[in-house]
Design a protein around this ligand. Structure first.
Ligand SMILES: [Zn+2]
Length: 441
């Protein structure tokens, strides 16, 4: 990376665009303006668009020649970042780009400002040479880290579309093997509230005769949590099994044993390690994320009449959000006594997203990466939920979702980092992607 690039990246990183903190709202806007100005300097058009509560940067960088017939490629990244706290765990200030031992350190360097920078830089360089062969549409997000849906609304309402989309906001399990994420899991959140009486009671007088809300809550939750490692069949309907390419990719990834051990976690059941990727990529899962009731901090003998829990289901690729939400609701309600007062509120949700590995854009992308990095990327899934994936899939826009963060990049943690060499590799890969996607025309 040369001095000018470094200076630009340093300037972008220095804007503390923490979307979760209202005190940094202006900084998120400044980061948006930084992206807008970059696109304009590169010879394009762009503006900061207020959509709902968030800022998007929407713009165009036209192909150097043949703009009328060249294919259109959307590039997506987000310019907001996670809060840097706890600050005392950082070895250098989070918003000052630092270089140590072959790594760049800063909040956002891997997730995602540093990676977004490489997509923009590659576009600018090609423009400057008069060699950008595709029309680029820039769609950047300022509320990715707070689960905002401005970008999803934008894609849903957008009529121009694109022939492909490129997202550099991910990583790879091993530095020598890039990965394209072809599918994401969906998400449904529930807030479960139980009431069984007007006030807490003496368990000596009423215990054994009156309903305890905590027991009711536990009965409801027991009906949906995994048994022998799997959710009830009603919650597994529609899931799409792995293709042969995916099975082959998984053989080259870290094993479930390594991943569970490294996380200091306990396997869910005896098969969980062996079936790690099935469980997290091809099966739905359910987690109770919080539970409240009674007074566990004190010795007491109370019969509790109020309890609540929050739970989320990760939907497997292929599953229908409404079908699974309805099935979960039925299982939970059926397991609880009808006399209890139960509120089951649906909260945030996003469907799973799936792209076909056979689409020409993804095939061209694989070849482009291989030319630059010397190795064909693995085709994998993502266990998490990225609402932009199903939004793009619904519009029929094949998406190359990839990136250069590593497991040791400390994403969302103190000392976030990206390897110095990967900035150059990412710019070269982005550039080759733009060139190769010209064949979609
Ligand atoms: Zn990100």
């Amino acid at each position: 990376m040369n001095e000018i690039w470094l200076q630009e990246l340093r300037e972008f990183i220095a804007i503390p665009s923490v979307s979760a903190d209202p005190a940094h709202q202006d900084d998120v806007r400044r980061a948006a303006e930084w992206v807008r100005d970059f696109v304009k300097r590169a010879g394009g058009e762009a503006e900061v668009v207020r959509q709902g509560k968030g800022d998007l940067v929407i713009g165009d960088l036209p192909a150097s020649t043949n703009g009328g017939t060249a294919p259109t490629v959307m590039i997506y990244g987000h310019f907001d970042v996670q809060p840097p706290a706890p600050l005392e765990l950082w070895d250098s200030p989070p918003f000052e780009l630092a270089e140590r031992d072959g790594w760049y350190y800063a909040r956002g360097i891997a997730d995602d400002k540093g990676q977004l920078f490489t997509l923009l830089k590659a576009a600018e360089l090609l423009r400057r040479e008069g060699a950008l062969p595709v029309n680029l549409r820039v769609a950047c997000d300022g509320e990715e880290e707070i689960g905002g849906h401005s970008i999803v609304d934008f894609i849903r309402d957008d009529e121009r579309g694109a022939d492909a989309c490129i997202i550099f906001d991910g990583g790879m399990s091993r530095a020598d093997r890039p990965e394209f994420g072809l599918a994401t899991r969906g998400l449904i959140g529930f807030h479960l509230k139980v009431r069984t009486g007007e006030r807490d009671l003496h368990s000596g007088y009423y215990g054994g005769a009156a309903l305890n809300a905590i027991h009711v809550l536990v009965q409801g939750l027991s009906a949906v949590i995994a048994r022998n490692g799997l959710l009830p069949d009603q919650l597994r309907i529609g899931r799409q099994p792995f293709s042969q390419v995916e099975v082959d990719s998984i053989k080259r990834l870290p094993t479930g044993w390594e991943l569970i051990d490294e996380a200091g976690a306990t396997p869910l059941d005896p098969k969980a390690e062996e079936e790690f990727y099935d469980r997290t990529w091809a099966e739905p899962s359910l987690d109770v994320n919080g539970i409240r009731g009674g007074k566990p901090e004190f010795v007491n003998t109370t019969l509790i009449v109020e309890a609540e829990a929050r739970l989320t289901i990760r939907l497997a690729p292929g599953q229908d959000l409404e079908t699974i939400a309805a099935a979960a609701e039925k299982l939970i309600r059926r397991a609880m006594p009808a006399e209890a007062e139960v509120e089951l509120i649906r909260e945030n949700s996003a469907p799973p997203g799936v792209f076909s590995p056979d689409s020409p854009a993804i095939q061209l992308g694989l070849e482009a990466f291989k030319r630059v990095l010397g190795v064909r990327p693995l085709l994998v899934r993502v266990g998490g939920t990225l609402p932009i994936y199903p939004a793009l899939a619904a519009k029929g826009i094949p998406t190359i979702g990839t990136g250069f963060a590593l497991r040791e990049s400390n994403v969302h943690s103190p000392n976030e980092r990206l390897r110095v060499e990967d900035v150059d590799r990412a710019v070269a890969a982005a550039s080759e992607l733009y060139r190769s996607l010209a064949a979609l025309g």
